[in-house]
Design a protein. Sequence first.
Length: 511
Amino acid sequence: MSYTCPYKKILSLAFVALSISLGMVEARSRGPKERKHLNFSKLHVDQLCFPENFYFGFAIAEQQNSGAENLPDSQWSRWEKTNFPNGKPHIRDNQRSGKACDHWNLYKKDIALMKDDFQANAFRFSLAWDRIEPQEGQFSEEALQHYSDEVDALLDAGIAPMITLHHFAHPIWFEDKGSFEKEENIVYFVRFAKKVFEKLGDRVPFWCTINEPTIFVFQGYLAFNCVFPPGKADGIFGSFPLATKVLRNLLQAHTEVYQALKAMPHGNTAQIGLVHQYLSFHPWGVITPIESFMQWCLNEFMIDSVINFLKTGTFRYKWRCFFEETYHAPIDKASSKPAAQQISDFVGLNYYSRVLIELKYTHLITLRFSTMLGSSPNHGETMTDMEYAIYPEGIYKALHHMSTIGLPIYITENGIADHNNAHDERRVRWIKEYLKAVSLAFEDGVDVRGFFYWTLMDNFEWDRGFHSTFGLYSNDLATQTRTLKEGGKIYRDIIQAYRAGGHRLATADAH
Ligand code: FCB
């Protein structure tokens, strides 16, 4: 994961010149006013404020919770069995997901936990497209019925289902056709979305089209971090034009699914949105023009490209004479609805932390990320197992920035990887501080309507296998026994205090 270049001086000058000529970031339109000082010390659960009818729930992904044995036809199930060209396994320690938490067969048990232990009222889960359409054009009635039963079980428990149509995994046949690298493949995703909406649209209030387009692209196509399928690295930054094209196509796919489902029965009442991970990059230490430029490039691609698209309906990413990708969503300019409301009903915010970047000036220039710098303390902050810090200020800032889109926000993922089940203090602290940050943003006037903790129980964390444990329950893979952690108890206390009215604030009072 390192970027090296022998022509240090030439590159520095070129970067500075480019940063000037590109004109940096578009001026940010105004949202509610941000506070200057945030204080997270000595928090008590009843000091938090959330709007009325706030959703408290959990997020999972089918691939991570049901594993390759339940989902043999997804590209991820194939990926976990294969190696990189250098022989290194795709998954850390060559682990296999097996049935993971076997959510496919044990979903009733999981729903009972959410209801009885938490009084949760929302659950975000993804559908296995590969199980519903294992061969191109052949839909499995059994798989569709499975999800219909799961939706009914959730509704019976008083839990609102939020479905994600694409959460990193898709059928092998779709992967082998070139997946989202080709604009002409979008029709397959739209057809799948319509099929499931036909079956479930009468009962499911929330729909996420695509999970984290920028992360899908970053992990699967950018040369310096290619740990997801299809793992298309082609030299230093060589896959950047393809990555940009995939991002463009994902945004088009979102729009086409949104508009197709809106036109179907129940489309008007369903809330349909895109999920964006707000992953920001900051210089590690001394800031030079090169660091500033790298920071700007990364944030422009990973954050602003999607926020600007959701605001305006236009995706445009251009690298001067090198390449350009543009997509204009069909927006009715004569409509009284702003562009944002013509392509999404809400926006899902996934927030974890920030990444620090550093350029090492030796005989070569090396770009390093904080994720590569080991778990040493990072500016005195407490680190998580994922080698980034606990950073609640970040979710506060992200909420303010995302609020400029002008759509309601659901926090569709937020959670911490911490392997130390016996001493779960970091998770306890994370949950209190991040929820405090959410509560402060709400008090400022940000329209945030729900929080989905990532994740219900320890599951298969993509390329990291079972090593990164985000769950509120630990899970014994042999017996499928779920055990509540201390972090789970604090989340439960917050939800219960909210239900008891201890820290509810009516929207009208807060704004
Ligand atoms: C997000 C993914 C989710 C999980 C968490 C830790 O980027 O959407 O599936 O991997 O990170």
